[in-house]
Design a protein around this ligand. Structure first.
Ligand code: DGJ
Length: 748
């Protein structure tokens, strides 16, 4: 049919000419302008309490949930009289601020609805509290609702009474009539009110993890975040301390709030100080490239944010976190893990069965309890003789180890040692059978180079088939020998140019990757509840309370230089307990730093954590071997304190020539004290004074220096009261750089 020319011209003119207002309104999508009524609610205070702390929330007449207080325990009912806050720039201190209404700060919740709108105003609906069986915790759940869209939110607070720890998380329930996108969904938000806020957090990189920085927060926003995808720690850590009303981090005094996000992927923690000087903290999964789609009827639960408050300084906050972690978070936390010899720095990729058998013999004669075969044992078509090939092909390399793994593992058992083995199941070398068989399993973006790092690619754990494969790697390696007791799980690179051939929405990638990892770990723990599993990631790049739910320990760093380790272990100890901290003695010059420190210093530092050796024992002199035996033996006598005791740091290594720390048993009957010289102190001729802490002042302790014939403290072998030892009279002489000592204290 031919269209008359005049009609074509009219259509063209209509398309070109601007619409008048009436026409435009007709064309545009219309919004409903009728305001949805929000039911009034009865104002009330909701208190989340532990033995010594209170988090006070309140419901306003309009249903908004606000946070009034977090700190030392108070009578929450008194807060009923506090007038509700409306500030100039926002709606007051919302307990979980969402994008919408007059809130203009960093949101904890930001949703894009199906109609393209962004506003959410969560209002109180109900709440409930109940004790949690099997613990002293009380769980409070607060249910909120957006009356315009129907979106619902549940805030949960698990209050661990004795440890003074509150574990918070949130869950969005999409009861709207269509799919939504979660542009931001934090685990928890917290508002603090103080005169000043000193933020202490970790910075770092490979071989220099957990370097501590302190900064006084100013107005504006400070972010702690990572976008590494697979790794949480090499550049920062999802944790912090906030010291209130002070400009200095203090070990023993003052109010400190500590927080740690239990998530092993991209995180973001924001600290925003507005004109009212309140500090608003919002912590959760990093929203970077993660506009997470949530279908109608679906729920999204965030990872947990762990909070604690102490008025006994950084030391108090650390101890509370450690107690909670040992009891409720770390896999089999507080159980003593074996001392070990790891093959990595002693053999790297170059070994035969004979090399390993000799190392096992040496480990046994040094009094160690486990041998761990690190990287290099697998790959045939692409043998793993260096880091450029073989990852993904988890079959024993028959030319290196023709007798197989069971031969070595059962030999270790026959010598009274346990046996461990290394895997890196999330990764693949392009030079491998796996990469050729399953190129679609590799993280990639269409048309773009798949960048290598350490000659490897990342496998796409958001894909359930890859999750099955990764689980299968663990499972099949465990079948190599009934004598496998320990797996070292490595993860040596971050994600670049992210993308999943499996996912429809690439916005899911970063979140689904971590959830995929947790799915795998859950399955592993169901089948292998007793296997020890170390969380290693290019050293200590995956240190967080998300992974520690499944792992027994962390590999703190590839840098085992004693001096460097003093700082890294101090940094780790601010948040994580010593029971997870694997610490090895290696040879000198150190393979990473090239630094040379005495063997005794290296031991005295490594004995702060789960002790191991990572060297070729054959190269040790007879004298060194004797010292090794002595140190290992003595460590076994007091290591229960490392795994279960309360940590007291004696100062800080930063800016000081001496540093020390100690672990004290819960009943205060025993303690172990470590002291180090980490800088030349020319004036320390009278000895360096340490005030020992955590002891019972009225009990008397026998003090015995370990691993020496002649002690560096005049009082060695004597019996002294806890009060005397805390007075500064404990002044061991540490004359040289790298002088160090360990003392055991036993109550009479
Ligand atoms: C990195 C780890 O941190 C090391 O301990 C070692 O296992 C290597 N990977 C092996 O490739």
């Amino acid at each position: 049919m031919r269209i008359p020319k005049v009609l074509v011209a009219a259509a063209l003119i209509a398309a070109i000419l601007p619409l008048n207002d009436a026409q435009a309104r007709k064309k545009k999508k219309t919004f409903t302008h009728e305001t949805v009524a929000v039911p009034e609610v009865q104002p009330q205070v909701i208190a989340v309490e532990t033995q010594n702390t209170s988090l006070v929330l309140c419901v306003r007449e309009d249903g908004e949930l606000q946070q009034l207080y977090y700190g030392k325990k108070v009578d929450a009912s008194e807060f009923e009289a506090v007038p509700r806050v409306h500030n100039r720039y926002g709606s007051g201190c919302s307990a979980f601020p969402s994008t919408g209404a007059s809130f203009l700060g960093q949101p904890a919740l930001h949703v894009r609805y199906a109609d393209g709108t962004h506003n959410t105003e969560m209002r109180y609906f109900s709440h409930s509290s109940h004790p949690v069986s099997g613990s002293d915790a009380v769980e409070t759940t607060i249910h909120l609702k957006d009356h315009v869209t129907g979106l619902e939110l549940e805030l949960s607070f698990l209050a661990h009474q004795a440890e003074d720890v509150i574990v918070a998380c949130s869950e969005v329930i999409n009861n709207t009539n269509a799919g939504v996108e979660l542009l931001d969904i934090a685990s928890s938000a917290m508002t603090l009110r103080a005169g000043s806020y000193l933020l202490t957090h970790a910075n770092g990189s490979w071989a220099q993890e957990m370097q501590i920085e302190n900064e006084l927060l100013q107005h504006g926003v400070k972010l702690l975040e990572t976008r590494r995808g697979t790794q949480t720690t090499q550049c920062g850590n999802p944790s912090f301390l906030l010291s209130l009303n002070t400009e200095q981090l203090n070990e023993d005094y003052g109010e400190v709030v500590a927080g740690a996000l239990a998530w092993s992927g991209n995180y973001r923690i924001s600290f925003e100080q507005g004109p009212e000087h309140f500090l608003s903290i919002v912590a959760g999964i990093n929203p970077f490239a993660s506009a997470y789609p949530l279908g109608k009827g679906q729920r999204f639960r965030t990872p947990e944010m762990v909070w604690t408050f102490s008025d006994e300084g950084a030391g108090g906050a650390s101890r509370q976190l450690h107690r909670w972690a040992r009891k409720y978070r770390v896999y089999n936390g507080g159980e003593v893990n074996p001392t070990l010899l790891n093959s990595w720095e002693g053999a790297y990729f170059t070994f035969t069965t004979e090399t390993l058998i000799h190392m096992i013999d040496d480990a046994a004669s040094m009094g160690l309890e486990m041998f761990v075969l690190d990287d290099g044992w697998f790959g045939n078509n692409y043998p793993r003789n260096n880091d450029r090939a073989g990852l993904g092909d988890w079959k024993v390399n028959v030319s290196k180890l023709p007798e197989g793994i069971d031969h070595i593992a059962s030999y270790a058992h026959s010598k009274g040692l346990r046996f461990g083995i290394w895997i890196e199941p999330e990764m693949v070398n392009p030079e491998s059978d796996l990469a050729h068989a399953h190129p679609e399993w590799v993280v990639q973006s269409p048309g773009r180079v798949i960048y290598q790092e350490r000659s490897q690619w990342v496998l796409d754990l958001s894909n359930p088939a890859v999750q099955d494969f990764v689980y299968g790697v663990f499972d099949s390696v465990m079948q190599l020998s009934p004598s496998i007791d320990y797996i070292k799980w490595d993860c040596n690179r971050p994600v670049f140019s992210f993308g999943s051939p499996y996912l429809d929405s690439q916005d899911r990638f970063y979140v689904d990757y971590v959830q995929g990892l947790y799915n795998v770990m859950r399955r592993i723990r169901e089948k292998y509840p007793d296997v020890l599993v170390q969380c290693c990631s290019s050293g200590g790049a995956r240190v967080d309370y998300g992974s520690l739910r499944y792992f027994n320990e962390i590999w703190t760093s590839d840098d085992t230089d004693g001096l460097e380790r003093v700082f890294m272990q101090y940094g780790t100890s601010l948040i994580y307990p010593a029971c997870v901290m694997a610490a090895h003695v290696s040879e000198v010059p150190n393979h990473q730093s090239r630094n040379i420190t005495p063997l005794k210093f290296r031991f005295d530092v490594a004995c702060q954590g789960r002790l191991g050796l990572e060297l070729q024992p054959r190269y040790l002199s007879a004298d060194d071997m004797a010292l090794v035996n002595r140190c290992v033996e003595s460590y076994k006598n007091y290591r229960d304190l490392v795994f279960t005791g309360d940590l007291y740091r004696l100062g800080s290594p930063y800016g000081n020539d001496i540093y020390g720390c100690m672990y004290v048993s819960e009943d205060k009957s025993r303690a172990v004290v470590y002291v180090y010289s980490i800088g030349f102190d020319a004036r320390g001729t009278d000895g360096q004074r340490f005030r020992l802490k955590g002891l019972d002042p009225s009990r008397r302790y026998k003090v015995t220096e370990q691993n020496v014939d002649s002690s560096c403290w005049w009082g060695d072998g004597g019996v002294y009261s806890g009060a005397f030892l805390g007075s500064g009279a404990f002044n061991p002489v540490l004359p040289n750089l790298y002088s160090s000592a360990i003392f055991l204290l036993e109550a009479e």
